[in-house]
Design a protein around this ligand. Structure first.
Ligand SMILES: Cc1ncc(C[n+]2csc(CCOP(=O)(O)OP(=O)(O)O)c2C)c(N)n1
Length: 584
């Protein structure tokens, strides 16, 4: 292909087209205006005009979570760019492949405190996998090609490309090279064979093994290989908040989620394990509880594509650096070799103990006062009625934990949430991005009345662009998760957690708010109406639907390991600590 003359902005659009980008979320402004002009003519790149740049970033994340492809957002310089900081940090914490394109003031003005100047590459330096400031129009295609490659390979993450206005306006030639030259970036994907064989040996010899499966397994599309490993060995599996759906919840070897709001069986299994095999997980504090007391008897095998994760929080006895799909493929082969030699895991006693825990301490919840809806019931009915093919996107708080606990995830990429950063306001825009990526799937946002008030303006974007998501506002009239901590640790002193969204007043009235946006608004206040309301929402597929589920406000998320406490002291319910007896 011979070089074609054009502007830097046109070259940027051509680069997006060459990469195969189908949707970009953003808002224009002065510095990025030159780019918006040729974008209008693109036949393959669809731009979705959002109502807040934070929405653009979370939409790009939702798209990426649902499809596994790189999500793209764009914003103008200064406040447009700084509004992307939260989703960029979110994508960094949860290893979400995302490219953020920002306009920058003209290069001659950089450093002069020009109007709408913000050093966005400096600001996002610690929260991006890589970032670029492009002031030479000739560099645009190369920067874009590299950005998408870096965002989507190895451990995925956000990459920022900040382009000065003069670079967008200047003349250049467009040439799409097919070679990337990144000598400093070669993620190791193939694991070391010796380490994998050692892991296999440990797995067949251990008496109390547990797999700790993290989001990396979903990102690496390695769930079929995980299933094969589990079926071959019969070892118990826990899936972290970012890995829900990596192994079907209905699988008999699945103990559920570990950590602060994990199941007693998952938490106890890790505490008593003699071997923990961590796959694409990062020993996050919400999983380990008080770190020094985590899994005290366990030998640790830690497999991760990012060498910086190995032994970061917990020493790895067997470190494995590699892509989860390649690690699992090789681990399965090594296990098959062990089995062929007649070496089998002997874990019947371990399973008796774990089955006992599962039976004694199943996930459950207290019934609410008569006539009130329990939030857990509403959420579990959405899961049951919409089924395992739907996508579920959560905000942050109690509703998020219940959505993780009480919806049964049978497939990867069907559970989308903000784990590492815990970003309120994630659900509505992320659901919008997920629906654009997977238009044939039902997409439910399970949101809190607090979270919903942070980003519900993207409902306008959904209506105007025909993106019919469904939103369940689990309305407990308060910042519920914070209120739960106040109940438990601050003597029931409820400082600034009352939202007045249903108790006493309805500020705002979510049904009329939804209608103001052109959505269908439904309200459900009685337990006997829960199913019919969900069915009604399921029957509306031409516009977004918002359901205001007015729920009991004192429901709590159980089990719980309070922050900084040992996982051994997990509370099954208020004041109730389970005992896990070790069967030797
Ligand atoms: C942007 C942001 N601000 C503050 C917090 C702290 N926080 C965590 S959960 C929560 C309450 C969320 O309330 P709501 O959306 O109503 O959900 P609920 O817990 O009631 O289900 C708050 C304030 C946060 N996670 N994110």
């Amino acid at each position: 292909m011979s070089p074609e003359p054009m502007t830097g902005a046109q070259s940027l659009v051509r680069s997006l087209e060459a990469i195969g980008v189908d949707v970009v979320f953003g808002i224009p402004g002065g510095a990025i205006l030159p780019l918006y002009d040729p974008l209008m003519d693109s036949r393959t790149v669809r731009h979705i005009l959002v109502r807040h740049e934070q929405g653009a970033g979370h939409a790009a994340e939702g798209y990426a979570h649902a499809t596994g492809r790189v999500g793209v957002c764009m914003a103008t310089s200064g406040p447009g760019a700084t509004n992307l900081v939260t989703p960029i940090a979110d994508a960094y914490m949860d290893s979400v492949p995302m490219v953020a394109i920002t306009g920058q003031v003209p290069s001659a003005s950089i450093g002069t405190d020009a109007f709408q100047e913000a050093d966005i590459s400096g600001i996002t330096f610690p929260i991006t996998k890589h970032n670029y400031l492009v002031t030479d129009p000739d560099e645009i295609p190369k920067a874009l090609a590299e950005a998408f490659h870096i965002a989507g390979t190895g451990r995925p993450g956000p990459v920022l490309v900040d382009v000065s206005k003069d670079a967008l306006q200047a003349r250049t030639t467009f040439e799409w090279g097919d070679k990337l030259d990144l000598p400093g970036y070669r993620p190791v994907t193939k694991p070391h064979g010796k380490q994998v064989r050692e892991a296999a040996r440990l797995l067949v010899e251990a008496r109390r093994p547990v797999l700790l499966v993290g989001g990396g397994v979903i990102k690496a599309r390695a769930t079929a290989e995980l299933r094969r490993l589990v079926d071959l060995t019969g070892v118990p599996v826990t899936t972290t908040l970012m890995a829900r759906g990596a192994l079907p919840d209905s699988h008999p070897r699945h103990l559920g989620m570990p950590g602060m709001h994990g199941t007693v069986a998952a938490v106890a299994a890790l505490q008593q394990a003699d071997l923990v095999v961590s796959l694409g997980a990062r020993f996050d504090d919400r999983v380990t509880g008080k770190l020094v007391t985590f899994a005290p008897h366990a030998t640790i095998v830690h497999a991760d594509i990012d060498p910086a994760e190995i032994s970061k929080n917990r020493h790895a006895d067997v470190p494995i650096v590699g892509d989860a799909k390649e690690v699992l493929t090789e681990l399965v082969a090594a296990i098959e070799a062990e089995l062929a030699e007649g070496r089998h895991p002997d874990i019947a006693g371990w399973w008796r103990q774990l089955d006992g825990l599962r039976q004694t301490y199943p996930l459950g919840y207290a019934e609410p006062p008569a006539g009130e809806i329990s939030p857990q019931h509403a959420i579990s009915r959405i899961g049951a009625i919409a089924g395992p093919e739907a996508l579920y996107v959560a905000g942050v708080g109690q509703h998020q934990m219940w959505a993780s606990q009480f919806i049964s995830y049978e497939h990867p990429n069907t559970w989308i949430n903000s784990g590492g950063l815990g970003t309120m306001g994630f659900a509505v825009p992320a659901a919008m991005g997920a629906k654009l990526g997977m238009p044939d799937r039902t997409v439910w946002a399970i949101d809190g009345d607090g979270c919903f008030q942070m980003t519900n303006q993207e409902l306008a974007t959904c209506v105007i662009n025909d993106i019919p998501i469904k939103v369940a506002v689990i309305n407990n009239s308060s910042l519920g998760m914070v209120r739960q901590w106040q109940t438990l640790f601050y003597n029931e002193r409820y400082s600034n957690t009352d939202l007045h969204t249903s108790v006493g007043r309805r500020i705002p009235d979510f049904v009329t708010l939804a209608e103001a946006y052109g959505c269908v608004g439904l309200r459900c206040e009685k337990p006997e109406d829960v199913d019919a309301t969900i069915e009604k929402a399921m029957s509306i597929n031409d516009v977004p639907v918002v359901v205001d589920f007015v729920v009991h406000r004192d429901a709590m998320v159980w089990p719980m390991v309070p922050a900084g406490v040992s996982n051994d002291d997990i509370l099954y319910a208020r004041g109730m600590t389970p005992t896990f007896d070790r069967e030797e």
